[in-house]
Design a binder for this molecule. Structure first.
Ligand code: F6P
Length: 377
């Protein structure tokens, strides 16, 4: 009996999603004779039963496309905004799954999607996931698709910023995506030849960064490139943020309504202030070095456009392996990349973990060895 497979993409989009949909779909249809249906806009589309046929033609010509033909959203099954409320729509999703007589649901996403898929698995669905995100921070896999493309884009940006920084003898601070992990900033910073790389894993001392730039100037380098993750914090900002969060937590524990209100307002103020932390860094560097500093925020540019060859290959490998696992009735797993292999990893081993850059990682040592300042002493 042929199997029925549903597929959705959730979380932020990532180059390689279409290659993965194509990989799962072609192998499922062609190699295993399954039937495949797409759900639009992540878990929201599954809740609303908004589908897209994936019966062959739709899978052609999408390998090189950025984004996702299915659309995506950050909605969670158990915390779905519905009107002005947030509701647990798990049962509605389970109904859709059953109505389509699905044998498996493939969820393509990052850390949040792994967690949401695991939640559905615990409600009886046969789920199987693939790891995507440009941040490369999904646990238990060597790589996520999307990262290589974003790495290329960020590296090219840093390359291009060199000539303008050089011509004007300026500092250019370039903000790279990565809220919690510094893979992109570190990788692109090394590959693009940044002089300073700041990342969430290493809180930086602004005086150390300024001194590195001043030293470089004394040696004749009239410009500097600072690659910074959006999630990098200075030591002082981190302390400020932690203190505000701790205050709110304490107030909640004490069930002190008045203090809770004050602490929440304080935290909101700190968060607002920290939204501009890269611009603030740039201004501080101007003051401390006397050089002019400009800021470039790469933002969603890093997620857009055609996937690199490496991401197409990875997404296709993971996608076809996924179809093979469904054929063998292996569920409740994420298909991970391990060296030249693909391996199923139980979702409970993935969920709740994040792959940040280990402080003893080879890339960190490499950066230090070539004299890159990482903001610490
Ligand atoms: O996909 C992960 C990521 O790229 C993060 O690096 C970034 O902070 C986030 O998505 C922003 O995404 P959005 O603007 O879509 O919420």
């Amino acid at each position: 009996m042929s199997k029925y497979v549903g597929i959705l993409t959730a979380g932020g989009d990532s180059p390689g999603l279409n290659a993965a949909i194509r990989g799962v779909g072609k192998a499922a249809l062609g190699a295993y004779g399954m039937q495949v249906i797409g759900f639009r806009d992540g878990f929201r589309g599954l809740m609303q039963d908004r589908t897209m046929r994936l019966s062959g033609g739709e899978l052609s010509g999408i390998l090189t496309l950025g984004g996702t033909i299915l659309g995506t959203s950050r909605d969670k099954p158990n915390k779905m905004p519905v009107g002005s409320q947030t509701m647990d729509m798990t049962e509605v999703i389970v109904d859709t799954y059953n109505r389509h007589n699905l044998d498996a649901l493939v969820c393509l996403g990052g850390g949040g999607t792994q967690k949401n898929a695991y939640h559905l698995q615990q409600h009886g669905l046969n789920v199987i996931t693939l790891p995507k995100t440009i941040d490369n921070d999904v646990a238990m896999t060597d790589a996520t698709f999307g990262f290589d493309t974003a790495l290329g884009i960020a590296t090219e940006a840093i390359d291009r910023l060199h000539s303008t920084a050089h011509s004007h003898h300026r500092i250019i601070v370039v903000e790279v995506m990565g809220h919690n992990a510094g893979w992109l900033a570190l990788g692109a910073g090394i590959a693009g030849g940044a002089d300073v790389i700041l990342m969430p894993e290493i809180d930086y001392d602004i005086d150390v960064v300024a001194e590195a730039i001043n030293q470089r100037r004394r040696r004749g380098g009239s410009f500097s490139i600072v690659a910074v993750s959006e999630g990098a914090y200075s030591i002082t900002d981190r302390a400020l943020y932690k203190k505000a969060r701790k205050r709110l937590k304490k107030a909640k524990k004490a069930e002190d309504e008045k203090e809770m209100e004050k602490a929440a307002a304080k935290l909101a103020g700190v968060e607002l202030q920290l939204q501009d932390k890269t611009l603030h860094l740039s201004r501080q560097l101007e003051q401390l070095t006397g050089l002019v500093s400009r800021t470039t925020i790469l933002g969603h540019l890093q997620r857009g456009g055609t996937p690199s060859a490496a991401d197409r290959l990875l997404a296709t490998r993971l996608g076809t392996a996924c179809a093979g696992l469904i054929n063998q009735n292996v569920f409740g797993v994420m298909v991970a990349a391990r060296g030249s292999d693909t391996v199923p990893v139980p979702l409970e081993d993935v969920v709740g973990k994040r792959k940040t850059v280990p402080l003893d990682h080879d890339w960190i040592q490499t950066a230090r060895d070539i004299g890159v300042c990482l903001g610490d002493r």
